[in-house]
Design a protein around this ligand. Structure first.
Ligand SMILES: C[S@@+](CC[C@H](N)C(=O)[O-])C[C@H]1O[C@@H](n2cnc3c(N)ncnc32)[C@H](O)[C@@H]1O
Length: 253
Protein backbone atom coordinates (compact mmCIF):
# COMPACT_ATOMS: atom_id res chain seq x y z
CA UNK A 1 0.00 0.00 0.00
CA UNK A 2 1.08 3.55 -0.63
CA UNK A 3 -0.08 6.69 1.07
CA UNK A 4 -0.92 10.18 -0.14
CA UNK A 5 1.79 11.93 1.89
CA UNK A 6 4.52 9.74 0.37
CA UNK A 7 3.39 10.32 -3.21
CA UNK A 8 3.24 14.03 -2.49
CA UNK A 9 6.73 13.98 -0.95
CA UNK A 10 8.17 12.19 -4.00
CA UNK A 11 6.43 14.65 -6.33
CA UNK A 12 7.85 17.59 -4.38
CA UNK A 13 11.37 16.21 -4.19
CA UNK A 14 11.81 15.22 -7.85
CA UNK A 15 12.42 17.53 -10.79
CA UNK A 16 11.41 15.49 -13.85
CA UNK A 17 9.32 12.44 -14.78
CA UNK A 18 12.29 10.05 -14.80
CA UNK A 19 13.24 10.90 -11.23
CA UNK A 20 9.63 10.73 -10.09
CA UNK A 21 9.08 7.19 -11.43
CA UNK A 22 12.50 5.97 -10.27
CA UNK A 23 11.61 7.07 -6.75
CA UNK A 24 8.03 5.84 -6.93
CA UNK A 25 8.92 2.37 -8.23
CA UNK A 26 11.55 2.09 -5.50
CA UNK A 27 9.19 3.32 -2.77
CA UNK A 28 6.37 0.99 -3.90
CA UNK A 29 8.85 -1.89 -4.28
CA UNK A 30 7.26 -2.81 -7.63
CA UNK A 31 9.13 -5.86 -8.91
CA UNK A 32 7.16 -6.93 -11.98
CA UNK A 33 7.17 -3.89 -14.22
CA UNK A 34 6.12 -3.19 -17.82
CA UNK A 35 6.35 -0.24 -20.18
CA UNK A 36 4.06 0.26 -23.18
CA UNK A 37 5.62 2.51 -25.78
CA UNK A 38 9.37 2.29 -25.39
CA UNK A 39 10.67 4.20 -28.45
CA UNK A 40 14.47 4.57 -27.94
CA UNK A 41 14.56 2.95 -24.50
CA UNK A 42 15.50 6.08 -22.57
CA UNK A 43 12.89 5.58 -19.83
CA UNK A 44 13.55 1.82 -19.61
CA UNK A 45 17.29 2.35 -19.17
CA UNK A 46 16.85 4.95 -16.43
CA UNK A 47 14.37 2.83 -14.48
CA UNK A 48 16.43 -0.35 -14.76
CA UNK A 49 19.63 1.44 -13.70
CA UNK A 50 18.04 3.04 -10.66
CA UNK A 51 15.56 0.40 -9.49
CA UNK A 52 17.86 -2.55 -8.91
CA UNK A 53 15.13 -4.48 -7.06
CA UNK A 54 13.08 -4.96 -10.30
CA UNK A 55 12.77 -8.64 -11.23
CA UNK A 56 11.24 -8.36 -14.73
CA UNK A 57 10.85 -5.40 -17.04
CA UNK A 58 8.60 -6.06 -20.05
CA UNK A 59 8.98 -3.66 -22.97
CA UNK A 60 6.07 -3.49 -25.42
CA UNK A 61 6.42 -1.56 -28.67
CA UNK A 62 5.81 -2.46 -32.33
CA UNK A 63 8.90 -0.49 -33.39
CA UNK A 64 7.33 -0.10 -36.84
CA UNK A 65 5.44 2.58 -38.71
CA UNK A 66 1.72 2.11 -38.01
CA UNK A 67 -0.71 2.74 -40.86
CA UNK A 68 -4.29 3.91 -40.26
CA UNK A 69 -3.70 4.53 -36.55
CA UNK A 70 -1.26 6.36 -34.28
CA UNK A 71 -1.48 9.68 -36.16
CA UNK A 72 1.26 11.23 -34.06
CA UNK A 73 4.58 12.93 -34.57
CA UNK A 74 6.44 9.88 -33.14
CA UNK A 75 5.07 7.51 -35.82
CA UNK A 76 8.35 7.55 -37.75
CA UNK A 77 9.45 5.35 -40.67
CA UNK A 78 10.17 1.61 -40.42
CA UNK A 79 13.91 2.27 -40.87
CA UNK A 80 13.99 4.79 -38.05
CA UNK A 81 12.00 2.46 -35.79
CA UNK A 82 14.46 -0.33 -36.61
CA UNK A 83 17.32 1.82 -35.42
CA UNK A 84 15.34 2.77 -32.27
CA UNK A 85 14.74 -0.92 -31.57
CA UNK A 86 18.48 -1.61 -31.77
CA UNK A 87 19.20 1.44 -29.63
CA UNK A 88 16.75 0.15 -26.99
CA UNK A 89 18.46 -3.23 -26.89
CA UNK A 90 21.86 -1.52 -26.55
CA UNK A 91 20.65 0.72 -23.74
CA UNK A 92 19.15 -2.18 -21.77
CA UNK A 93 21.76 -4.85 -22.56
CA UNK A 94 23.19 -4.64 -19.06
CA UNK A 95 19.81 -5.86 -17.78
CA UNK A 96 19.21 -8.60 -20.35
CA UNK A 97 18.39 -11.09 -17.58
CA UNK A 98 15.44 -8.94 -16.44
CA UNK A 99 14.13 -7.60 -19.69
CA UNK A 100 11.34 -9.17 -21.76
CA UNK A 101 10.99 -7.66 -25.22
CA UNK A 102 7.61 -7.84 -26.95
CA UNK A 103 7.71 -6.33 -30.40
CA UNK A 104 4.07 -5.61 -31.19
CA UNK A 105 1.16 -3.32 -30.37
CA UNK A 106 -0.85 -3.75 -27.18
CA UNK A 107 -3.50 -5.70 -29.04
CA UNK A 108 -0.92 -7.98 -30.64
CA UNK A 109 0.82 -8.97 -27.38
CA UNK A 110 -1.79 -8.62 -24.65
CA UNK A 111 -2.85 -12.27 -24.59
CA UNK A 112 0.70 -13.30 -23.64
CA UNK A 113 0.45 -11.37 -20.34
CA UNK A 114 -1.25 -13.20 -17.46
CA UNK A 115 -4.04 -11.36 -15.63
CA UNK A 116 -3.08 -9.64 -12.35
CA UNK A 117 0.63 -10.27 -12.93
CA UNK A 118 2.06 -6.71 -12.96
CA UNK A 119 2.99 -4.55 -9.99
CA UNK A 120 3.45 -1.46 -12.14
CA UNK A 121 2.93 -0.50 -15.76
CA UNK A 122 3.93 2.75 -17.45
CA UNK A 123 1.63 3.62 -20.35
CA UNK A 124 3.34 5.82 -22.91
CA UNK A 125 2.32 4.37 -26.30
CA UNK A 126 -0.36 5.71 -28.61
CA UNK A 127 -1.72 8.92 -27.06
CA UNK A 128 -4.73 9.30 -29.35
CA UNK A 129 -8.27 8.65 -28.11
CA UNK A 130 -8.14 5.25 -29.83
CA UNK A 131 -4.74 4.44 -28.30
CA UNK A 132 -5.39 5.43 -24.69
CA UNK A 133 -8.79 3.70 -24.72
CA UNK A 134 -7.29 0.41 -25.90
CA UNK A 135 -4.29 0.63 -23.56
CA UNK A 136 -6.19 1.43 -20.37
CA UNK A 137 -8.91 -1.15 -20.98
CA UNK A 138 -6.55 -3.93 -22.10
CA UNK A 139 -3.80 -3.38 -19.50
CA UNK A 140 -5.95 -2.70 -16.41
CA UNK A 141 -6.81 -6.40 -15.83
CA UNK A 142 -3.10 -7.27 -16.12
CA UNK A 143 -2.25 -5.21 -13.01
CA UNK A 144 -2.46 -6.82 -9.57
CA UNK A 145 -5.11 -5.47 -7.18
CA UNK A 146 -3.31 -2.73 -5.24
CA UNK A 147 -0.86 -2.30 -8.15
CA UNK A 148 -0.24 0.80 -10.21
CA UNK A 149 -0.68 2.31 -13.67
CA UNK A 150 1.56 5.27 -14.37
CA UNK A 151 1.40 7.26 -17.56
CA UNK A 152 2.81 10.11 -19.58
CA UNK A 153 1.26 13.03 -21.46
CA UNK A 154 -1.50 13.64 -18.95
CA UNK A 155 -1.38 17.09 -20.48
CA UNK A 156 -3.50 20.02 -19.47
CA UNK A 157 -4.30 20.51 -23.15
CA UNK A 158 -5.34 17.89 -25.68
CA UNK A 159 -3.63 20.02 -28.34
CA UNK A 160 -0.06 19.01 -27.53
CA UNK A 161 0.96 18.41 -31.13
CA UNK A 162 0.52 20.35 -34.37
CA UNK A 163 -3.11 20.29 -35.50
CA UNK A 164 -2.48 17.88 -38.38
CA UNK A 165 -2.06 15.14 -35.74
CA UNK A 166 -4.74 13.64 -33.49
CA UNK A 167 -5.32 15.37 -30.15
CA UNK A 168 -4.05 13.64 -26.98
CA UNK A 169 -7.00 13.33 -24.58
CA UNK A 170 -5.23 11.34 -21.86
CA UNK A 171 -6.41 14.05 -19.48
CA UNK A 172 -9.35 13.95 -18.90
CA UNK A 173 -9.98 10.43 -20.31
CA UNK A 174 -8.01 8.70 -17.55
CA UNK A 175 -9.96 10.65 -14.91
CA UNK A 176 -13.20 9.18 -16.23
CA UNK A 177 -11.65 5.73 -16.44
CA UNK A 178 -10.50 5.93 -12.79
CA UNK A 179 -13.99 7.04 -11.83
CA UNK A 180 -15.54 4.08 -13.63
CA UNK A 181 -13.18 1.72 -11.76
CA UNK A 182 -13.65 3.38 -8.33
CA UNK A 183 -9.89 3.91 -8.32
CA UNK A 184 -7.64 6.52 -6.73
CA UNK A 185 -5.90 8.81 -9.24
CA UNK A 186 -3.06 11.31 -8.91
CA UNK A 187 -2.47 14.16 -11.37
CA UNK A 188 1.27 14.76 -11.06
CA UNK A 189 3.77 17.37 -12.17
CA UNK A 190 5.44 16.90 -15.58
CA UNK A 191 2.12 15.74 -17.11
CA UNK A 192 2.17 12.35 -15.39
CA UNK A 193 -0.65 10.35 -13.84
CA UNK A 194 -0.71 7.55 -11.28
CA UNK A 195 -3.73 5.26 -10.93
CA UNK A 196 -3.94 2.93 -7.94
CA UNK A 197 -5.92 -0.22 -8.71
CA UNK A 198 -8.15 -0.88 -5.71
CA UNK A 199 -6.97 -3.77 -3.51
CA UNK A 200 -9.26 -6.76 -3.06
CA UNK A 201 -9.98 -5.75 0.52
CA UNK A 202 -9.87 -2.12 1.46
CA UNK A 203 -10.75 1.24 0.01
CA UNK A 204 -12.56 1.18 -3.33
CA UNK A 205 -13.46 4.76 -4.03
CA UNK A 206 -12.69 7.24 -6.79
CA UNK A 207 -10.60 10.17 -5.57
CA UNK A 208 -8.65 12.54 -7.80
CA UNK A 209 -5.65 14.18 -6.14
CA UNK A 210 -4.21 17.09 -8.09
CA UNK A 211 -0.60 17.38 -6.91
CA UNK A 212 0.24 20.24 -9.29
CA UNK A 213 -1.41 22.97 -7.27
CA UNK A 214 -4.41 23.28 -9.57
CA UNK A 215 -3.41 22.50 -13.18
CA UNK A 216 -6.08 19.80 -13.36
CA UNK A 217 -8.86 21.79 -11.72
CA UNK A 218 -11.22 21.51 -14.72
CA UNK A 219 -11.87 17.95 -15.86
CA UNK A 220 -14.30 18.89 -18.61
CA UNK A 221 -13.34 18.34 -22.23
CA UNK A 222 -15.29 21.42 -23.26
CA UNK A 223 -12.91 23.81 -21.49
CA UNK A 224 -10.00 22.39 -23.48
CA UNK A 225 -11.81 22.50 -26.80
CA UNK A 226 -12.84 26.10 -26.28
CA UNK A 227 -9.38 27.15 -25.15
CA UNK A 228 -7.41 24.60 -27.20
CA UNK A 229 -7.06 25.78 -30.79
CA UNK A 230 -6.85 29.44 -29.74
CA UNK A 231 -4.17 28.59 -27.19
CA UNK A 232 -2.31 26.60 -29.84
CA UNK A 233 -2.53 29.27 -32.57
CA UNK A 234 -1.36 31.93 -30.08
CA UNK A 235 1.58 29.81 -28.92
CA UNK A 236 2.60 28.62 -32.38
CA UNK A 237 2.00 31.65 -34.58
CA UNK A 238 1.08 34.87 -32.79
CA UNK A 239 3.60 34.81 -29.93
CA UNK A 240 6.66 34.20 -32.20
CA UNK A 241 5.62 37.11 -34.49
CA UNK A 242 5.07 39.32 -31.47
CA UNK A 243 8.49 38.39 -30.06
CA UNK A 244 10.15 39.02 -33.44
CA UNK A 245 8.55 42.48 -33.80
CA UNK A 246 9.58 43.37 -30.25
CA UNK A 247 13.17 42.30 -30.99
CA UNK A 248 13.24 44.31 -34.24
CA UNK A 249 11.92 47.42 -32.49
CA UNK A 250 14.38 47.17 -29.63
CA UNK A 251 17.31 46.55 -32.05
CA UNK A 252 16.43 49.59 -34.15
CA UNK A 253 16.50 51.93 -31.14
C1 LIG B 1 6.39 8.62 -26.83
S1 LIG B 1 7.10 7.13 -27.40
C2 LIG B 1 7.59 6.32 -25.90
C3 LIG B 1 8.69 7.00 -25.11
C4 LIG B 1 9.27 6.19 -23.97
N1 LIG B 1 8.24 5.68 -23.08
C5 LIG B 1 10.23 7.03 -23.15
O1 LIG B 1 9.79 7.66 -22.18
O2 LIG B 1 11.44 7.04 -23.44
C6 LIG B 1 5.72 6.23 -27.96
C7 LIG B 1 5.98 4.81 -28.46
O3 LIG B 1 4.71 4.13 -28.49
C8 LIG B 1 4.76 3.14 -29.47
N2 LIG B 1 3.38 2.74 -29.81
C9 LIG B 1 2.53 3.34 -30.66
N3 LIG B 1 1.38 2.67 -30.73
C10 LIG B 1 1.49 1.61 -29.89
C11 LIG B 1 0.63 0.54 -29.52
N4 LIG B 1 -0.59 0.43 -30.06
N5 LIG B 1 1.07 -0.36 -28.65
C12 LIG B 1 2.32 -0.25 -28.10
N6 LIG B 1 3.18 0.73 -28.41
C13 LIG B 1 2.78 1.66 -29.29
C14 LIG B 1 5.52 3.80 -30.62
O4 LIG B 1 6.08 2.84 -31.49
C15 LIG B 1 6.53 4.68 -29.87
O5 LIG B 1 7.79 4.06 -29.83
Amino acid sequence: MIDFASVQRIANQTTNRFEFWQEFITYSQSEVVAEVGVFRGVFAEKILRHCTHIKTYTMVDPWRHLVGQYNEVANVSDDTFDSYYKETLRRTDAFADKRVVMRGTTQEVIDQIPDESLDFIYIDGDHTLEGITIDMIKWYPKVKPGGFIGGDDFGTTIFQMPLKFEPSPIFPWVVYFAKSMDAELYGLPHWQFLLVKPPVHGQKEFVFHDLTGGEYFDTSLKSQIVRGPLWYIKKQYISPIYQKVRRLISNSK
